[in-house]
Design a protein around this ligand. Structure first.
Ligand code: LER
Ligand code: MN
Length: 269
């Protein structure tokens, strides 16, 4: 059947959700990944998304774009992150998206950059992430969708950098609605072998993000997509591979070229 490819909405031409889906479909994609920043905006947008779905649009997934994260130091900020993710999860469920993406944190602290000392120990990290994912997992179950936990590279997050750390956490969380996702850009920094890491993390891996090694669109850097795609294909991966990247040129041309690069990789070319 082949892999399913989608693309984040900011990389598509068009203003409305339907125009973005039309652009994605015209270029050969199977879906659009939405981005959510504010709970009120996410809720306000839902009727438009539902109308687009009724007209045939496919939204694969809904990614949080915010400085609020479930792993925040501060309890108030963690609570605000949960509220934002609940709004995203509600919408994801209502429009048939596979899941709502969140990292543990983004840009909050890196053990590899000054001041080097985190404000919480590793056990404290696991405790807050477990609590947050448990709440969101129940919420996703009720909404008929999933939470996708995203490991980020060491410069963007200090808690969950690799798929195996993600699996360790999800084994503790033990919630059927909380899955792992694999971003091949972050993995090209953190994993010894991205294909082997995905293979080892199955069946937790339910979603994929795609960018090349320099975070430009696939084809503009030195990531080999064929090996990870072969592993996904071997597992008959039912999830979606969503492009999340910077663009080297005009939207339509670069996103079309990226898809042909990805399809060649899928064929093993
Ligand atoms: C951040 O680098 C990233 O990959 C996003 O998907 C985080 O939500
Ligand atoms: Mn990502």
């Amino acid at each position: 059947m082949g892999l399913h490819f989608s693309v984040q909405e900011n990389l598509l031409s068009g203003d409305t959700a339907m125009e973005k889906w039309d652009a994605a479909r015209r270029l050969g994609y199977d879906g659009v990944e939405l981005r959510g920043t504010d709970p009120a905006d996410v809720r306000a947008r839902l009727p438009e998304l539902e109308r687009a779905v009724a007209q045939g649009a496919v939204f694969s997934s809904y990614c949080v774009i915010s400085d609020l994260f479930i792993g925040a130091w501060d309890a108030d900020r963690r609570a605000a992150a949960i509220e934002l993710m609940k709004a995203i999860i509600e919408s994801a469920g209502a429009i048939g998206a596979n899941g709502a993406v969140t990292p543990a944190s983004y840009g909050m602290h890196s053990n590899f950059l000054p001041p080097f000392e985190a404000k919480r120990d590793a056990a404290g990290d696991i405790a807050v992430l477990r609590e947050g994912l448990d709440v969101l997992g129940d919420y996703a179950h009720g909404a008929g969708t999933h939470v996708f936990l995203e490991p980020l590279n060491r410069y963007e997050d200090h808690m969950i950098n690799t798929l195996s750390q993600g699996v360790e956490l999800l084994e503790i969380v033990n919630h059927p609605s909380v899955k792992l996702m694999a971003d091949l850009y972050h993995m090209n920094i953190e994993e010894a072998d991205s294909a082997a890491a995905i293979d080892a993390a199955m069946p937790y891996v339910a979603h994929v993000h795609l960018a090349d090694s320099n975070r430009l669109e696939p084809g503009l850097g030195h990531i080999g997509f064929a090996a990870p795609f072969a592993v996904l294909s071997k597992h008959d991966f039912p999830g979606t591979c969503a492009i999340e990247c910077l663009l080297s040129g005009p939207k339509d041309e670069t996103i079309a070229a990226a898809l042909s690069h990805l399809k060649s990789a899928e064929k093993g070319a």
